[in-house]
Write a protein that binds this ligand. Structure first.
Ligand code: ADP
Ligand code: MG
Length: 662
């Protein structure tokens, strides 16, 4: 097999750099597509206006002059002759190139034209002529390797005889007149004409989406998924439990609980998603499900995306089941070895009825006695689906997902193909809609006054500083400067607490508990509080630099307030993107917000794709290519009906290589 180091000029050092770009094989390299294309076309210098971008070639006229200044900075100047004109070239910090820039040599200059000084301020100098006008791919790079180098490696690889697996069945190749995959790959890297590029990309998009839908649809067909557990449940006991709850269920909570009950007692394996806005009361539905599961003699596992949330669920469960003889345990990373061992032992022996934790509950070495129900809270955080993990363990419990990020209907139907969906649309009685206000940073006085008003009424406030992804340090700085600001404004009378990602779990718990107990009135955090945390006395959420967040994320955040009959507020502070943020001012409906978000930002944030490798498409974009997705969906279904796919080796490989989609 041809490997990376078979490519000219690729040695172990380069391979390390390529690895950084997730390129581990020649095939990875071939599928490392340009993220943008430049049209390389000789400029006609006589038609250019000031500051126009130029690409032009010419012969070097004189030995370059280098001016050095500052630390390792330089400016190099020389002249070129373009046949029609003499032009000055000026380029910064390329002094090291001067040995190669000898008079008489032909170079191509890329840069901007300064008409007044008859000068091109160059960004790049290349050797040799431009050649014909062409389209040139530009690749994402990492320090130590340039787009040009990547391009040369790709070009070398394209010359080699490399096998690429083509997943589009021939009937669809013909139906859509697709070119073969190798040609498509060639054209994506080196398109001769824009139309070639378009065709090549379309073909690759289709293939990605076809494979994706094939996997989803195969799950649907997979019989082993459908065999559920058999249960006998005394329905009166369930009714009594519901009647004993501290509040009356909303209509949708009841409906949803009933759907789950029917799923659980049926022979079919449950695979259900409960979608409901933040605060709609999904937790109690999950509690009822666990009770039903308990009555039929099985263990339940409740998984939360963070430890803070797991702990909160745990205490909530202890409280809800305090009059019942149900054994509940918490499995988190901070258990001491001995305690952990004991919990694992008890789980295996069947001494625990309900276990609460993060998703480590199924991915680690945890053995169950008779696991009957797995509940994943805020499931969009985990990626699409996690059944494979369980199936590998040979257990087939019923599965319930809870999500506060509603997925637009059409998308949900496609992506969650084999999932049943329950919606909780009604909010618990007495809830007042949250009032959302948008302010600019120079209106901070107004914000502080509003905060003061809430504090005076003995209410509490969340303050959110955006997490700056690339730089943990500047995030911390953000948080610190906010802490100072808040202390300056309110510190005399009120206590300010800070929660951020760098703290250890103990510290986080302590701060969270202090906030819960109203020992802290203002809690500043990055998005740690985004999901699930429940402090009913908090009535205001202030979000700084709100433009940095997706609409759905903010919607989640503001769901932390408005948790009882008190009027709650969300204040967005932003000097940018007012139009987008105004969506949140105008509606409290999570479905509407997510539709808008989806339109604006694509699927990425919505599905938590960063966590789910299988939805990382190289060329396809779920938002823009939805029509192709629909085609791919129909075709994959048709295809599955037409073949015995258990014997189709390509598909078998596909499925075994990608268990995490399941
Ligand atoms: P989410 O759907 O965001 O997970 P929770 O389940 O945390 O929402 O519920 C939010 C709050 O509403 C909790 O404090 C919960 O006790 C309360 N709650 C849930 N259902 C009802 C109801 N039917 N009536 C009154 N309060 C409710
Ligand atoms: Mg919840």
């Amino acid at each position: 097999m041809i490997q990376l180091n078979d490519i000219k000029k690729v040695g172990s050092k380069t391979i390390k750099l390529l690895n950084k770009l997730d390129i581990y094989s020649v095939n990875d390299l071939l599928e490392y597509y340009p993220f943008r294309y430049d049209l390389i076309r000789r400029s006609n210098i006589n038609e250019l206006k000031n500051n126009d971008p130029v690409i032009i070639d010419g012969v070097i006229e004189n030995v370059p002059i280098i001016n050095r200044y500052g630390k390792r900075k330089d400016r190099m100047t020389f002249r070129i002759n373009t046949n029609t004109k003499l032009l000055n070239i000026s380029i910064f910090n390329r002094g090291f190139m001067h040995h190669n820039l000898v008079p008489g040599k032909v170079v191509t200059i890329i840069g901007k034209y300064d008409i007044l000084h008859n000068t091109i301020v160059a960004s790049d100098i290349r050797f040799g002529e431009i050649g014909e006008d062409h389209i040139e791919g530009v690749y994402h790079t990492t320090s130590g390797i340039s787009s040009k180098q990547i391009k040369s490696f790709v070009d070398e690889a394209l010359k080699m005889d490399i096998q690429v697996e083509d997943y589009i069945p021939s009937i669809y190749q013909e139906r859509y007149h697709f070119c073969d995959k190798k040609t498509a790959i060639k054209n994506i890297h080196n398109p001769k004409l824009p139309i070639d590029l378009k065709k090549a990309r379309l073909r690759m998009k289709y293939e990605e989406l076809f494979v994706f839908m094939l996997k989803i649809n195969m799950l649907k067909h997979n019989k082993s998924n459908k065999l559920g557990l058999s249960r006998e449940v005394d329905v009166d006991k369930v009714k009594d439990f519901i009647a004993g709850l501290p509040f009356e269920l909303t209509k949708d909570q009841l409906k949803c609980s009933k759907e789950i009950y029917l799923d659980l007692i049926s022979e079919k394996r449950m695979n259900r998603l409960v979608q409901g806005d933040v605060g709609s009361g999904k937790t109690v539905v999950s509690i009822i499900s666990m009770y039903i599961n308990y009555l039929s003699g099985y263990q339940s596992a409740l998984m939360a995306p963070t430890e803070i949330l797991a702990i909160q669920h745990y205490h909530n469960l202890l409280n809800m089941f305090k009059d019942y003889d149900i054994k509940i345990e918490l499995l988190t990373g901070k258990l001491k070895n001995k305690e952990r061992k004991q919990v694992l032992e008890d789980l295996k022996e069947g001494n625990i009825d309900i276990i609460v934790g993060t998703h480590a509950l199924i991915s680690e070495d945890v053995e169950y006695n008779n696991l009957g129900l797995v509940i994943t809270d805020e499931q969009h955080r985990f990626g699409v689906n996690q059944r494979a993990n369980l199936r590998n363990k040979g257990i087939t419990p019923d599965i319930l997902y809870m999500s506060a990020t509603p997925i637009p209907r059409t998308y949900a139907l496609t992506l969650y193909g084999d999932m049943d969906v329950s919606n909780i649309r009604t909010m618990p009685n007495g809830r007042k809609p949250i009032i959302t206000i948008l302010r600019r940073s120079n209106e901070i006085r107004d914000v502080l006054e509003r905060m003061y008003k809430e504090l005076k009424n003995n209410h509490q406030i969340y303050v959110v500083a955006p997490l700056i992804e690339e730089s943990l340090e500047s995030s911390l700085e953000n948080v610190k400067s906010l802490e100072e600001k808040m202390n300056k404004a309110f510190g005399k009378k009120y206590k300010v607490g800070v929660l951020h990602g760098k703290q250890d779990n103990d510290t986080k718990d302590k701060i969270m508990n202090n906030f819960k107990d109203n020992k802290i009135q203002i809690l500043i955090s990055t998005t740690v509080v985004e999901v699930g945390v429940d402090v009913a006395n908090a009535t205001m959420m202030v979000i700084f630099d709100a433009y940095r967040f997706g609409l759905s994320s903010i919607h989640q955040l503001r769901g932390r307030v408005g948790r009882n009959s008190l009027q709650s507020y969300c204040i967005l502070i932003s000097d940018k993107e007012a139009e987008r943020l105004n969506v949140l001012v105008s509606t409290n409906d999570g479905f509407k917000v997510s539709e808008e978000d989806f339109k604006l930002r694509g699927s990425g944030d919505l599905f938590g794709i960063r966590q789910s490798g299988d939805m990382q498409f190289k060329v396809a974009d779920l938002r823009k290519d939805f029509n192709i997705l629909l085609k791919a969906k129909d075709d994959s279904l048709e295809y599955l009906r037409s073949i015995d796919y258990a014997k189709d080796l390509k598909i078998v490989n596909l499925m075994t290589n990608s268990s995490n989609l399941d």
